[in-house]
Structures are given as structure tokens and as C-alpha cells.
Ligand binder design. Structure first.
Ligand SMILES: Cc1cc2nc3c(=O)[nH]c(=O)nc-3n(C[C@H](O)[C@H](O)[C@H](O)COP(=O)(O)OP(=O)(O)OC[C@H]3O[C@@H](n4cnc5c(N)ncnc54)[C@H](O)[C@@H]3O)c2cc1C
Length: 414
């Protein structure tokens, strides 16, 4: 029998997380209310979070780690509880939090920012034991952040066209290049940097790219600037400049010339997290839009009486229902099937990110002019939903993967 309800062990984790939010995060929300309302107080002149807000985020991570949430989806081999909490738990827990609280900067810090590249990421499994020992304690407790440096000014979707190079010098590698769009770069202690180590192999797209763990030392590896986008005054995304960074060969992640093998491990669960956040946030927005429609009056009646508004509400409902069921089915497949459901993971990434944007956009429309202001809190989340259609493989790249799988004969939808 198929049971679509969340099992008790997951609902009890969700309840504990809600208590954590009330006890640990709500007071921080009050303290930083001005900064959360107005970005002029959230970012400094360089577009970085103010030191006080950075400290608040760190406190959330440290407390979350103490409570066991920060590592709950992490690899068991690294000390996490990933064995207990698989893709379905990841989906249901992220959905529940965003459904209740919407997209929220402080709450999202309960889990490692950039799940597949932060916290107890499977990428750590590819590190040499002595390197793991060096970084693991700081990563596990939320004390330090990692960032994932693959994209460059001339290489986004087409990852094989990166230009960053590493040249061997004794038992070290000397790395030069620029990474762009790197989440957490302004705040991270280490970067996972992809560089060409064998130009011939890389040219043929058969390997020749290696992943290195590189510390931000303030000289040879720095975050040279943040990248504000969609009208924000700052961000957690940055440009990483690497100039003659000398890195010992023990800092290679996985195998030499096979950077994509070890370091892209875990990208799939990151897509489940993103999809679940989109599904939860869409529900949060619809709840608010319905509440608004029942109160706002035009032409003598509340606007929920107008068929045009009802159509938008119905379309949001259909979108959410489709996205949620795709997500849960895909997570179920990941948990119960031997083979990774590649096309389904691409489908949930593309569908739910686009769906969340459609839903948020309709909810804003239902709220009229008020939807465009920060007062309803919808506009901020609408910007967040818009941005999700680009990272971790754009919606077009996901369609490319889906089409390739279908054309190869993977037409099973059960
Ligand atoms: C919020 C955010 C966070 C990010 N975080 C990180 C991070 O932590 N680490 C990191 O390495 N990168 C990160 N990125 C970069 C992200 O991975 C790239 O932006 C993404 O891969 C797209 O690359 P691009 O922006 O260069 O667009 P391009 O690759 O130049 O694509 C431009 C357009 O062409 C389309 N396109 C490209 N190729 C094809 C094709 N074959 N078929 C059809 N359409 C195609 C794309 O879909 C897009 O619409 C982040 C980006 C954003 C916006």
C-alpha cells in the first residue's frame, strides 16, 4: 500500500524544528527586524552582510549543530544521520519549514547553506583522511563554511569550458583563475576549486579537470567582490580570485583529473532541497494570497468573489499539487530504487522552480499594489523564486537532460 503521509518520526522532527525556530530564531528576527525589513541595514558598503548579521547566522548554525539538525542529512561516514533521513525526509522537512515560514534567511541557516556543497557534504568523502581531520570539526559544527567554485565568467552551463588552471610544482599545484557566482564565497573559509590539470584531456572533455580544497588566505585566494542581483544591495554570492595559490597535492578532492567524479557527488540531493523549498514557499504564498483575497473589497465584495481571482487561485493550487507530487515521487524513487532517477531529478528542479515563480507572481497580482511592497513579504520571496531558475543547472539544461533520457528510451514514469 502506498502511504502519502509523512511518517511519525519525520513529523516529530518537524515539530522539534518548529520549537527550535520559536526559541532560537524568533528572538533573532526581532533583534534584526530593521535589517530584515530594509537591506540598507543588512549589508555593508561592499555588499556583505554586516558583521552583526554574519554572527547571528553563525549562531544559528552553531545552535542547530548542537541540536543535531545541522548534520542530520549529512553522510553517516562523516558523523551525520543521512542513513536515517533520506531524500523523502529531506523533501518533507524542507517543505514543512518553508510552508510555515516562507523563505527566511535565518531559518534557512539551520541546514548547511548549499546542502550538497556545505556541511557534511558527500564531497568531503573525496578528501584525504588528514585533510578531512583538519576541516571536518569546523564544518560539522557550523563554525566554518565551504563554497563550491565551478562557474567562471566564461563557463556556466558549459562547465568544460573553465579556464582556471593548476600547474604541478613538486608536491604542490599552483592555481590561477577566476570563479564567479560562488554562493557563500564572501563568508567561507574554504573553496572547492575546479581547475584544468591536463589541458589535452579537458579539451577532449574526457577528464583533465581536478577539484582542490583551497583556503581563503586573503592573499592568493580571495573573494574579490560580492554580486548583488535582482535589485538587492548585497548577496551571499561572490567572485573568487585565485592568483598563484600554492596548494599541496593532499588537498586534491577525489582523483586527479576527475574533479567532476568526486565533487559533483551530492548535487542531486541539493536539487531535492531546492525543489522542496519551492513547493513549501509556494504554499506559504498561496495561504497569504487567499487570506488577502478574503479581506480586500472591490466593487462592494471581497475579491475572492471575482472569477478572475478564483482562476488565479485555482491555477496556483494545480501547480502546487503537481509540483509536490512530482517531488515526493522523485524522492521516493531516490530512496527505493537502485538507479538514480536522473530525468525525474531534472524534472523536479525545472518544474518546481518555475512553478514557485508562477505561483508567487500570481499571489502578488492577487494583492494588487500591496503585493509589490515589502509589507506583504511576498515580493522578497518572489525575487528568491526567480533566482532559483538559474543555479544548479538552468531550467533549459534540465530540459536537455530530460530530453536526452527520453530519447534514449527512459520513458518510464512509474
Ligand atoms: C543564485 C545563484 C547561485 C549560484 N551559485 C553557484 C555556486 O555556488 N557555485 C558555482 O560554481 N556556480 C554558481 N552559480 C552559477 C550557476 O551555476 C550558473 O549561473 C548556471 O550554471 C548558468 O550559467 P550562466 O549563468 O553562465 O549562463 P549560460 O550558461 O551562459 O547560459 C545562458 C542561457 O543559455 C541557456 N543555455 C546554455 N546552454 C544551453 C544549451 N545547451 N541548451 C539550451 N539552452 C542553453 C541557459 O539555460 C541560459 O538561459 C550560481 C548562480 C546563481 C544565479
Amino acid at each position: 500500500m502506498i502511504d502519502f503521509k509523512a511518517p511519525e518520526e519525520i513529523t516529530s522532527v518537524i515539530e522539534s524544528l518548529e520549537r527550535f525556530v520559536e526559541v532560537e530564531i524568533k528572538p533573532l528576527e526581532k533583534k534584526f527586524a530593521k535589517a530584515l525589513e530594509d537591506e540598507r541595514y543588512l549589508y555593508d558598503e561592499n555588499g556583505k552582510y554586516t558583521p552583526e548579521f554574519q554572527e547571528a547566522l553563525k549562531q544559528v548554525r552553531l545552535k542547530s549543530a548542537e541540536a543535531g539538525f545541522f548534520t542530520m542529512f549529512g553522510e553517516a561516514e562523516l558523523g551525520g544521520n543521512g542513513d536515517e533521513f533520506g531524500p523523502l525526509a529531506v523533501a518533507l522537512i524542507h517543505e514543512a519549514l518553508t510552508k510555515k515560514y516562507g523563505y527566511n534567511l535565518l531559518i534557512s541557516e539551520i541546514f548547511p547553506p548549499g546542502l550538497f556543497s556545505g556541511g557534511l557534504t558527500p564531497v568531503l568523502l573525496g578528501m584525504k583522511p588528514e585533510v578531512r581531520e583538519e576541516v571536518l570539526p569546523k564544518i560539522k559544527t557550523g563554525e566554518s563554511l565551504l563554497c563550491f567554485g565551478l562557474s567562471e565568467p566564461d563557463a556556466g552551463s558549459d562547465v568544460w569550458s573553465i579556464k582556471t588552471k593548476a600547474v604541478k610544482d613538486g608536491d604542490h599545484w599552483v592555481i590561477n583563475g577566476t570563479k564567479q557566482w560562488i554562493t557563500n564565497a564572501p563568508y567561507a573559509e574554504y573553496a572547492i576549486i575546479f581547475a584544468i590539470t591536463d589541458p589535452e584531456l579537458a579539451e577532449k572533455r574526457r577528464g583533465g579537470i581536478t577539484a582542490f580544497l583551497v583556503p581563503f588566505d586573503g592573499k592568493t585566494c580571495t573573494c574579490s567582490s560580492t554580486i548583488p542581483y535582482l535589485g538587492h544591495l548585497g548577496s551571499r554570492i561572490g567572485i573568487v580570485s585565485i592568483e598563484d595559490a600554492r596548494v599541496h597535492e593532499k588537498y586534491i578532492i577525489g582523483d586527479l583529473h576527475d574533479g567532476f567524479g568526486a565533487a559533483l557527488h551530492g548535487v542531486d540531493i541539493g536539487r531535492v532541497v531546492m525543489a522542496a523549498n519551492c513547493v513549501g514557499t509556494a504554499q506559504w504564498a498561496l495561504d497569504r494570497a487567499i487570506e488577502y483575497a478574503k479581506q480586500r473589497k472591490t466593487f462592494g465584495v471581497t475579491i475572492d468573489n471575482h472569477q478572475a481571482i478564483q482562476m488565479m487561485i485555482a491555477e496556483c493550487g494545480m501547480d502546487i499539487y503537481a509540483g509536490r507530487n512530482m517531488l515526493l515521487h522523485c524522492a521516493w524513487k531516490m530512496e527505493n530504487q537502485k538507479e538514480l532517477p536522473i530525468k525525474e531529478i531534472s524534472m523536479i528542479k525545472a518544474f518546481t522552480t518555475e512553478m514557485a515563480f508562477r505561483v508567487l507572481d500570481r499571489c502578488m497580482q492577487i494583492m494588487g499594489g500591496m503585493g509589490l511592497t515589502n509589507e506583504m513579504k511576498i515580493e522578497k520571496v518572489w525575487r528568491w523564486a526567480r533566482s532559483m531558475r538559474v543555479p544548479d543547472g538552468t531550467a533549459e539544461i534540465q530540459r536537455r537532460t530530460i530530453a536526452r533520457r527520453l530519447l534514449k528510451g527512459d520513458t518510464d514514469f512509474s
